[in-house]
Design a protein around this ligand. Structure first.
Ligand code: ZN
Length: 162
């Protein structure tokens, strides 16, 4: 029941996020990895992804623009939720999005994967916190253990960036 609640909270929190646009998926130009990310996610929604597919893109969250991060991160959360053993580094990558925000929260920072955190609304932060807490409860949880409590505190302690 708890997992259903987390899943529903993710779907509700991110339901209204607009597609970032074909030109706003990743900013890096003349970069093969970012070209691959743009090619893979162009025209995609955040629904209907599979775990094997996104596991191949588990390291690319820092390459997304803030708008693309906000749009696609629920896809990563939904495929890995309750599939922690197969999720590999997806939860850790999501944790890093939250941790990076706290350690680099200078005003005016807009670097993807860092200032990108500021795009998340309060319900989205709550969903991210619930996701990380669900991961902590799972047997598969290991890497990054010490960072989760601080990340959750940041997620729940801050309102939307203004
Ligand atoms: Zn790149």
């Amino acid at each position: 029941m708890r997992a259903m609640t987390v899943r529903e909270s993710i779907e509700a929190a991110f339901a209204d996020v607009p597609y970032p646009g074909d030109d706003r998926i990743a900013d890096h130009q003349n970069c093969l990895e970012c070209e691959d990310v743009r090619g893979h996610f162009r025209g995609a929604t955040w629904r209907g992804h599979t775990l094997p597919e996104l596991r191949q893109y588990q390291d690319v969250l820092p390459l997304f623009t803030p708008e693309a991060l906000q749009y696609f991160i629920p896809a990563y959360m939904l495929v890995s939720l309750d599939a922690w053993q197969e999720a590999d580094l997806i939860p850790f990558s999501i944790l890093n999005v939250c941790v990076a925000a706290g350690s680099g929260a200078d005003a005016g920072s807009v670097r993807p994967g860092d200032g990108g955190f500021s795009v998340f609304t309060r319900p989205q932060r709550a969903a991210l916190a619930a996701y990380l807490q669900e991961w902590v409860r799972s047997d598969a949880y290991a890497l990054g253990a010490e960072d989760v409590p601080a990340a959750v505190e940041r997620l729940l302690g801050r309102g939307p960036a203004g």
